[in-house]
Design a protein. Structure first.
Length: 579
């Protein structure tokens, strides 16, 4: 049987120009060789599979080549290149610091450094996983690393730069390798597939690139594995099945259910995903990534952050056009909270279902955290016999009762207008939020035929009612957010004209806290006071007065104000204030 060579070795770059995704580093090394300004020691840092050892080998080969090309590529003809290609070079030494990490191993290396090269210009020592060296071995290596012979070059490679002692770092030129982006990995995989006579869908290669998480070696290993399981044709379906990746179509479907406020179908889709064997945490992570992709697709300036194939990019652009930014931000917040608490939940499936139901309730206006986004219908209880909406001819403040057979049906005035009625049991208020899916903006007061009349309740209330509810809300968030509680209770809110509430605060930090929780506070006040025209305004008060004494003299004076006899005691006993 013919010996099989894995793709990660077979297609390992042999020149700097073929190194994937590290152009800044390879350009610097090429210029250093051209200008004959090579340092005596290099430190290559970065995650696994990004080309650290590969670049070290290419550098070692080129600087020993007797006849390099104009583009600084090895000639592969001279004795040095031939010996390197056959792994028999006496000038290039590779040391694995994970298994050779003692002082004795470093001493043996130092003894070898003293012997000059017999063929070629340099002796190059490549030390992989250098962070595994013991502290004693590092110290034994310091002097040689700082002042090696002119013919000795050291290339250290590590995935954990923070474990390298500062004295080693200061003696090396440090190169930080970055993760290879998805697009570059996809192109390299397409090149490998073409050379191996393997047909692969671009979407399939994109999934492999995303699964590799920036590591080219991992991507090629996954590629070999999938070729073994799927043959010479890689399809998107076969790749996601073998890699246990959830199909993006599920996320597109669930987002459509969010926009339609369709809780039943959303839960049924979740059940289908779980029955297919996918973990809830895996689904949450993918849903967060999907919502993030929709958010970056909402603006032309951030579309470049979208790391998906061309066909799916068009789908994201189409769906993002129907999602408003407030909806996406709120959905991301719900997803993030569920993700954080998921591991500690005893009923993980219920946590998932609650999160999905909350996301479904954003557009319909049933989610209490964003009450300012809803438009309220008449304040009255809705029964099966009564119509939910009044016809155009009826006054906006009076319910028109029709026989059941003659009950008017609401007629959509535009294809982009969605109306979702709902009922708040605690207040007896029927609500309906109108949303333009293309822009996400509220649609209010559209005077067209059969359009239901809407208004916002604005019941009068007193300062005492406001203060009572204000203190009640502050008490409810005391344990969760003590800083915000302190901001709310330090001064009383003041009721101004046109239902404007003004609160005096001390600094910008308190202002930021209120901005962050303003929606919750306003929602609580509007609901309980039955007034959806309430607004909140903050004003920073600058004061020079110190509220608390700090110096010993200030403390004494403060105490003397309350008890003047302290002054007489100080004079009688001839006491001094201790500074």
């Amino acid at each position: 049987m013919e010996n099989f060579i894995v793709s990660a070795r077979k297609y390992r770059p042999l020149t700097f120009t073929t190194v994937v995704g590290q152009s800044s580093i390879t350009t610097t090394l090429i210029n250093a060789i051209k200008n004959k300004q090579l340092a005596q020691a290099f430190l290559f840092c970065g995650p696994r599979g990004v080309g650290k050892t590969t670049c070290a080998r290419i550098l070692a080969k080129i600087i020993n080549c007797e006849h390099p090309t104009e583009n600084l590529e090895a000639c592969n003809v001279c004795p040095s290149c031939v010996s390197f290609n056959t792994s028999s070079s006496f000038n290039i030494f590779e040391l694995d610091a994970a298994s050779n990490n003692s002082v004795d191993d470093i001493r043996n290396l130092v003894d070898q450094v003293r012997i000059p090269p017999q063929i070629g210009k340099y002796k190059v020592y490549i030390i992989d996983e250098v962070h595994m060296l013991s502290s004693q071995a590092f110290n034994a290596f310091l002097k040689t690393l700082e002042e090696p012979p002119a013919y000795a070059k050291f290339i250290l490679a590590t995935t954990e730069k923070h474990k390298i002692i500062p004295t080693i770092l200061s003696r090396c030129q440090v190169f930080d390798f970055r993760r290879i982006n998805v697009e570059d990995i996809s192109k390299q995989l397409a090149y490998v597939a073409a050379n191996e006579n393997i047909t692969a869908d671009p979407e399939a290669l994109h999934v492999i690139a995303q699964k590799a998480d920036g590591a080219m070696r991992d991507a090629l290993s996954i590629f070999d594995q999938l070729v073994n399981s799927s043959g010479n044709h890689l399809t998107y379906d076969s790749v996601i099945e073998n890699l246990n990746v959830l199909d993006l179509e599920f996320y597109f479907r669930i987002t459509d259910f969010f926009l339609a406020s369709d809780i039943p179908h959303c839960l049924l889709t979740l059940n289908e995903i779980i029955e297919n064997g996918f973990d809830g945490q895996h689904f949450l992570t993918g849903l967060g990534e999907h919502l993030r992709n929709l958010l970056v697709s909402n603006d032309e300036a951030t579309i470049k952050l979208l790391e998906v194939s061309a066909s799916y990019k068009n789908k994201y652009l189409e769906q993002s056009a129907r999602c408003s930014i407030p909806f996406l931000l709120q959905a991301l917040e719900i997803n993030n909270k569920c993700d954080i608490n998921f591991k500690n939940s005893n009923n993980k499936r219920l946590s998932l279902e609650i999160a999905l139901m909350q996301m479904c309730s954003i557009v319909s206006g049933n989610l209490s955290v964003a009450p300012e986004k809803i438009i309220l219908i008449k304040e009255k209880k809705v029964s099966e016999e009564e119509p939910r909406f009044s016809p155009k001819s009826a006054p906006a403040t009076t319910a028109s009762v029709h026989p059941k057979s003659e009950q008017p049906k609401p007629v959509a005035t535009t294809q982009n207008l969605v109306s979702k009625p709902a009922f708040i049991p605690s207040t007896g208020i029927s609500i309906s939020q109108k949303i333009n899916p293309l822009g996400g903006e509220k649609v209010a007061d559209i005077a067209e035929e059969n359009q239901p009349a809407t208004y916002q309740p604005a019941m009068e209330f007193t300062q005492s009612q406001l203060e009572k509810l204000w203190d009640e809300f502050a008490a409810s968030i005391k344990m969760e957010s003590p800083n915000f509680f302190s901001t709310l209770t330090k001064r009383k809110p003041e009721l101004k004209d046109n239902f404007l509430i003004e609160l005096l605060i001390d600094n910008k930090v308190q202002e930021d806290e209120i901005i962050l929780r303003k929606a919750d506070l306003l929602g609580f006040l509007r609901k309980n006071l039955n007034n959806f025209k309430i607004q909140l305004n903050t004003q920073i008060v600058l004061t020079q007065e110190k509220t608390k004494p700090y110096t010993p003299e200030e403390k004494f004076n403060k105490m003397a104000e309350k008890n003047p006899e302290l002054i007489n005691l100080k004079k009688t006993l001839d006491l001094e204030i201790d500074f």
